[in-house]
Write a protein that binds this ligand. Structure first.
Ligand code: NAD
Length: 505
């Protein structure tokens, strides 16, 4: 008898065999890399090859940059705003039309559960529409009346060729966060997707191709960070780099882009705290804490990976958390019922496993959930709780980026704020309390770019997104993205005969 599980598993194999190899997308065409190099794209579920990916190098980046520059100087740069934004709306519509298929590819490629990737894809469609709307309504300059002598006014224009470098953890959605504002404000784009998750990036190229954007406006160069990524960062024509990824990579990129004076947006790593006070709605806090670390397989930059529990409620909370962890459904990412899938790649799997060993060596009790036996070919790490953790441990200080939560207790507000801030990261933070004053106070005291009070990570597209400390530089999201993707120019116009010194007269 064929079981449901087997059907889904067979689907991985079938698809793996049927998917076309992936090319670069440059100047409106799908092309091989100049040197014809490829690399293998591996399934996180089977660890078998899915397909081959063209491996771009500096010659491909150069070709893409030339195409993007030409498009910027030409048709795209001169296009009326309404016409440009129609293309952006159309991309949003096409994404929505193909949501299930894109989600399917994303789960196949990354191991993220399909019921979660579907939501990410539909959010991606909204993002294009949001930026088309927002450019129309909020991309404007200012005017300054200077007595009866001048009017000064500012305008915002596209910067030019934008380099976008993205990670593998929520690839499609994170790519759209950059592509939508970059294109909507009139730039042209070269995307360098993460090498472990190329499938949906390529689907994006197909959608943009179908939407009919002029050649060269959007380009994809697949390849490795040290080759394709590096060439993009160092290219003199590329004026801005929006990067999302690890903190150490961000710092390398900033060094490498310094000679060509790049403008950077940096969305980096995190080790975010969730603080539960004794008066909180504990059931909702438990839901949020569990979702916040185990959704997206724990490969989530804003994951609440450090749980601080008030001493009075710690025991009861931990007991329920253990029950949740034991019951989380670890499974095939293509199965609608799955809550946690396999990690992206064996290298990352080994890193996360290594952290579990470090946790035990540092004195944590490591409590893990259940992985069904038939999943032994995938990169599965069970949802895990690290008990008896303390702030100075590596597993509390360093980003693990897997389904692993470190649990600690506290006695009072001052102590927990100090502990929450005692890491190099500052991306997100979550506070649970029914004391309204305390909620605001603690949220304001935590050194992070984004805080939630009595809430899981729900984000309105209008709000700024980004981190402080080692979690990032700058903000994207909402109209904040305009600061990055546009150049502000001030124009001073004399309307009277103001004084001009007459040297040498
Ligand atoms: P990574 O830094 O290894 O890679 C990210 C991208 O950078 C990839 O496309 C890679 O090829 C490229 N790259 C690597 N070296 C490069 C170089 N020298 N020059 C140019 N490009 C280079 O990150 P990852 O492992 O793909 O992603 C996980 C990390 O991303 C985690 O730290 C996570 O917290 C972070 N992240 C942050 C946010 C945020 O918004 N702050 C969101 C998602 C993920």
């Amino acid at each position: 008898m064929v079981t449901n599980k087997q059907v889904v598993t067979d689907k991985h194999r079938d698809l793996a065999g049927k998917l076309n190899d992936i090319k670069l997308y440059i100047d409106g065409e799908f092309v091989n890399a100049e040197e014809n190099g490829t690399f293998e794209n591996i399934s996180p579920f089977t660890n078998e090859k899915i397909n081959n990916i063209a491996s771009g190098q500096s010659a491909d980046i150069d070709k893409a940059v030339k195409a993007a520059k030409k498009a910027f100087k030409g048709e795209w740069g001169q296009m009326k705003q309404a016409e440009r934004l129609n293309y952006i709306y159309k991309i949003g519509d096409l994404i929505e039309e193909h949501t299930d298929e894109i989600a399917f590819l994303e789960s196949l490629d990354t191991g993220l559960p399909i019921n979660q990737t579907k939501k990410q894809v539909s959010r991606s469609a909204s993002n294009f529409r949001y930026y088309a709307d927002t450019v129309k309504s909020q991309l404007y300059g200012e005017a300054y009346q200077v007595d009866d002598e001048f009017i000064n006014y500012s305008i915002r224009s596209a910067v030019g060729v934008a380099g976008l470098i993205t990670p593998w953890n929520a690839p499609f959605m994170l790519e759209t966060w950059k592509i939508a504002p970059a294109l909507a404000t009139g730039n042209t784009v070269i995307l360098k997707p993460a090498e472990w998750s190329p499938l949906t990036a390529n689907r994006m190229a197909e959608i943009i191709d179908q939407a009919g954007l002029p050649d060269g406006v959007f380009n994809i160069v697949h390849g490795f960070g040290e080759t394709a990524g590096d060439a993009l960062v160092k290219h003199p024509v590329v004026q801005l780099i929006s990067f999302t990824g690890e903190t150490t990579t961000g710092s390398t990129i900033m060094k490498n882009g310094a000679d060509t004076l790049k403008r950077f947006s940096m969305e980096l790593g995190g080790k975010s705290p969730i603080i539960v006070f004794e008066d909180a709605d504990l059931d909702r806090a438990l839901d949020a804490a569990t979702w916040g670390i185990f959704s997206f397989n724990g490969e989530r930059c804003t994951a609440n990976s450090r749980l601080y529990l008030h001493e009075d409620i710690a025991d009861q909370f931990i007991e329920k958390l253990k029950e949740r962890v034991a019951n989380i459904k670890v499974g095939d990412p293509l199965d609608e019922e799955t809550q946690v899938g396999p990690l992206i790649h064996t290298t990352h799997y080994n890193n996360v496993k290594n952290y579990l060993e470090i946790a035990a060596e540092e004195g944590c009790e490591v409590i893990s959930g259940y992985i069904p036996e038939d999943l032994n070919r995938g990169n599965y790490v069970a949802p895990t709780i690290l008990m008896n953790a303390t702030n100075e441990m590596r597993v509390v200080q360093e980003e693990i980026f897997g389904p692993v939560i470190a649990v600690m207790t506290f006695r009072d507000e001052e102590e927990v704020v100090e502990k929450a801030n005692d890491v190099r990261y500052g991306l997100a933070g979550y506070v649970w309390t029914n004391d309204i004053k305390r909620g605001h106070r603690v949220a304001q005291a935590i050194e992070s770019g984004m805080l939630w009070v009595n809430s899981q990570n729900v984000r309105d597209l209008r709000t700024p997104f980004g981190g402080s400390k080692h979690s990032g530089i700058g903000r994207e999201g909402g109209y904040y993205a305009f600061e990055f993707y546009t150049e502000t120019k001030i124009i001073h116009v004399s309307i009277n005969d103001h004084h001009i010194p007459q040297l040498g007269k």
